[in-house]
Design a binder for this molecule. Structure first.
Ligand code: ACO
Length: 456
């Protein structure tokens, strides 16, 4: 093999204006030129890099997909370094100020803002799919009074697939449209019913004269009044929070939606999987954890002591840090403004001062500055939700409702992308070579996992 001069190869490629990456395999001395498109190389192009003809070929190793693009997408743009979030090109700040959740959901799903007539029809369809089958209520009744509402949501969303077998027809645009109305329409109803079940209160049925969030508040909080009138400040605050949570490109739950959906299962089953992914404390469960953390800290004076424990690696500062944002999460800024409006109306949440002190110290402290840890969307949402009267267990549910529009958009984009197929990652196998079965009487000891599996 000729000696390779990678620098020369790269210079030549640059001279000729080629959009390629030159790779030299120092094991063999061979050189490969891989096409670059959209600033990425195709992982499959690495497969040609082989030691010999029997070699499977090279793969990329990327636990947690930290640097792997799973898809091409036109839905949501994030620039984590600059703190930018846009849905279909529209900055989140403008949508939060001027749009409504249902209009934003339409935008996310259809790619364009609706005309008045389109918005009217869209709103009509969502509003007229808010009822759930009476049998779903029976499932809910089977849960313990203290069942976590996310567990109830995951189960009842999955159960919806049994009521709508037409949802299996995933390549029929009309069917997808209908399941979209149903899912977005029914999520608040399932959530509110789960909440009422935990209180032992009778379910409050949807009121089609109210807005999406107004009706949700109605189903949650209506008691003996004939007609529930939502407070407009709280209704709008919730609507803005829903806008902020509508999509966030390829996060854990969107990836779950795409991966599960790639097996061509119906959208209810895929949404149940996405909701399960959102439930975890590192994802949508973080707002719940923030409240627990602030309660545990207990007072402004105890914040420095807690931060010390975080820096010692004993605790995490929940609501801080993000895989993508290495700057202030743009949603957190908007949420801080909403918090002020809600506190003006409902009274200041006593945990707010603790949160502000955590933020103040963290933004100045070298540990957080060096790691670029800033407040994320969850840091203040929990405080708002609590002030609005939601129990802590409902927080991730309040995330799942609006995220449904994003999940469906991600699912549909995946389905219609001719390059996509069933998700099936590779692994780097580091286990035992082939060996013969050992009869039980001849076994003397077991290898622990750490002894048998090497690190990579
Ligand atoms: N508190 C203290 N230290 C932190 C925190 C935190 N909240 N987040 C990250 N770090 C530290 C890590 O310990 C690590 O330190 P090291 O380099 O000394 O080992 C460094 O910062 C980098 O952290 P990673 O875990 O590598 O960052 P990653 O991108 O994998 O994690 C995550 C992102 C999961 C969000 C993380 O920051 C975290 O756990 N935050 C708290 C939970 C949270 O708020 N989640 C909500 C995310 S937003 C959402 O899902 C809607």
């Amino acid at each position: 093999m000729n000696p390779v001069k990678p620098a020369a190869a790269a210079e030549e490629a640059t001279r000729e204006g080629r959009e390629t990456l030159t790779v030299v395999d120092n094991r063999t001395g061979k050189q490969y030129e891989l096409p670059i498109r959209n600033n990425t190389i195709r992982a499959l192009d690495l497969r040609q890099i082989k030691l010999n003809d029997n070699d499977f070929g090279m793969m990329s190793y990327d636990p947690a997909f930290s640097n792997t693009a799973l898809c091409k997408s036109s839905i949501t743009f994030i620039d984590g370094d600059a703190g930018i979030l846009r849905y279909r090109g529209y900055p989140i700040e403008e949508l939060a100020e001027k749009s409504t959740y249902l209009e934003t959901a339409y935008l996310i799903l259809h790619g364009e803002l609706p005309t008045s007539q389109e918005l009217e029809e869209w709103t009509y369809h969502i509003t007229h799919h808010t009822f759930i089958h009476e049998s779903i209520k029976k499932f809910l009744d089977g849960f313990h009074y203290d069942a976590h509402p996310m567990g109830m949501m995951i189960s009842t969303i999955a159960a919806l697939s049994t009521f709508y077998p037409d949802a299996k027809d995933i390549f029929n645009a009309e069917s997808r449209r209908k399941q979209t109305w149903r899912l977005i329409g029914k999520m608040p109803t399932l959530a509110a019913f789960a909440y009422r079940h935990s209180l032992g209160m009778p379910y409050a049925y949807p009121d089609n004269d109210l807005s999406y969030t107004g009706n949700f508040l109605n189903m949650l909080f209506k008691t003996t009044e004939l007609t529930y009138r939502p407070n407009p400040t709280l209704e709008r605050a919730l609507d803005v929070l829903f806008i902020l949570h509508a999509d966030h490109e390829q996060n854990c739950s969107a990836t779950a939606m795409r991966n599960v959906g790639s097996s061509h299962v119906d959208p209810y089953s895929a949404t149940a999987a996405a909701t399960a992914a959102l439930y975890g404390p590192l994802h949508g469960g973080a707002n719940e954890e923030v409240l627990r953390m602030l309660t545990e800290i207990g007072s402004v004076q105890r914040v420095p002591e807690y931060i010390k424990r975080v820096k010692a690696g004993e605790k995490k500062l929940m609501g801080f840090g993000h895989r993508i944002y290495k700057n202030y999460d743009p949603r957190a800024r908007i949420i801080k403004r909403i918090a002020d409006q809600v506190f003006d109306l409902m009274g200041r949440n006593p945990l707010l001062d603790i949160a502000l002190e955590c933020e103040r110290i963290a933004l100045e402290d070298d540990y957080f500055v060096k790691r670029r840890l800033y407040p994320n969307v969850d840091f203040y949402t929990g405080l708002i939700y609590q002030t609005m009267g939601f129990p802590v267990m409902m927080f991730p549910v309040l995330f799942a409702i609006p995220r449904t529009s994003g999940w469906i958009a991600q699912w549909e984009e995946m389905l219609l992308d001719p390059e996509q197929k069933i998700a099936r990652p590779r692994q780097v196998y580091l286990g035992q070579e082939e060996r013969s079965y050992v009869p039980i009487e001849e076994r003397t000891r077991h290898l622990s996992r750490s002894q048998s599996v090497g690190g990579l």
